[in-house]
Design a protein around this ligand. Structure first.
Ligand code: PNS
Length: 159
């Protein structure tokens, strides 16, 4: 069984994340999409909301499951028999930070990192931009799954 993780803060999951998750699910036996619980404090969505949205948008992918982790990602990987971390790279600007984390995770626990190049359709896309556009009334319908769009609208009309 070849099991990988797609980690992130997913505040919220975007079409760019989903594209990487879907492509990873075609290449690996099992994909665990994991939300870093220690990163949740300052976000828009709670940990439970992020997990629920991820579960909804990956429902049609039988070899994908959603989970959370606290502490070091490599400890989660060790505990779950995960052989590699899958990350999407959108642009050269992502590379330095991601390379550092990949090398550190290998150094810490010999966990490999596999980089996938982002679909050019989504190379400009990140959760923080989506939230900003939505906050100012911009149209984000093509940037996030429909369930996420609904929840974004709910959050912003409630605030
Ligand atoms: O969506 P993000 O913010 O790019 O996700 C970053 C994440 C969660 C993958 C990264 O911050 C992480 O792995 N955090 C867990 C703590 C950890 O293991 N730190 C050491 C990294 S070398």
């Amino acid at each position: 069984m070849h099991r990988v993780v797609c980690p992130g803060s997913f505040d919220p999951v975007t079409n760019g994340h989903l594209d990487i998750i879907r492509r990873a699910a075609r290449l690996h036996d099992e994909v665990i999409v994991v939300v870093g619980a220690n990163l949740v404090k300052h976000g828009m969505f709670s940990l439970e909301e992020r997990l629920t949205m991820l579960a909804e948008v990956t429902r049609d992918l039988p070899n994908v499951r959603v989970d959370k982790f606290t502490g070091l990602l490599v400890e989660f990987c060790r505990g779950q028999g995960v052989s590699a971390i899958v990350k999407g790279l959108r642009a050269v600007s992502d590379f330095e930070y991601e390379m550092e984390m990949a090398q550190m995770n290998y150094r810490l626990a010999e966990v490999e990192t596999l980089f996938m190049s982002a679909n050019p359709l989504y190379s400009f896309l990140r959760s923080s931009l989506v939230k900003e556009i939505a906050r100012y009334g911009g149209d984000v319908t093509s940037l996030v799954p429909a369930v996420v769009h609904e929840r974004l609208r709910g959050k912003l009309t409630a605030s």
